[in-house]
Design a protein around this ligand. Structure first.
Ligand code: ZN
Length: 161
């Protein structure tokens, strides 16, 4: 049976929970997630644990923040005046904006609005969290030459073009 290795295309079902056992995301009831192994399309800590698995395998993985969505950077949480959002009528928590930071464009979310102050957070919503995955590998196959050239999967669960 084929094992997951560099340049394999693998499909898997997953349920992602946090430290409180709350489900953050799951593929249950949807198509499995399909990815090109070794291309960085899934978080590094999970990709590492997919190596050598084959279809039908079920396992659990804990991924530390540094190998997940990164550590939480307090300096990315800022308070800005509402006047910084010119042209935006009604600023609400949960809204997302592009912002130019030292590392280039980042997505920032509004976390709180208080009078003329807006609190924003440039961290990924899952930054600083340990990720708990329950995985079931459903299929493993070789990538086609075209998929390798494009760096992504074609067909079911992948790009259609
Ligand atoms: Zn393509």
């Amino acid at each position: 049976m084929m094992q997951i290795a560099q340049n394999a295309v693998a499909a898997f079902h997953y349920t992602l929970t946090d430290d409180q056992n709350e489900v953050i995301d799951s593929s249950a009831g949807r198509d499995p997630l399909t990815y090109l192994h070794g291309s960085g399309q899934i978080v590094p800590g999970l990709e590492k644990q997919m190596e050598g698995r084959s279809a039908g395998e079920k396992f659990s993985v804990d991924v530390v923040p540094a190998e997940g969505y990164g550590v939480h950077h307090p300096e990315l949480m800022q308070e800005v005046p509402r006047t910084a959002f010119q042209g935006v009528e009604d600023i609400q928590p949960g809204m997302q904006f592009q912002s130019r930071g030292p590392q280039g464009e980042i997505n920032v979310s509004v976390t709180r609005v208080e009078n003329d102050k807006v609190f924003i957070d440039g961290n990924h919503p899952l930054a600083g969290k340990t990720l708990h995955f329950d995985i079931e590998v459903t299929a493993v196959r070789e990538a086609s030459a075209e998929e390798l050239a494009h760096g992504h999967v074609h067909g079911a669960g992948g790009h259609h073009h």
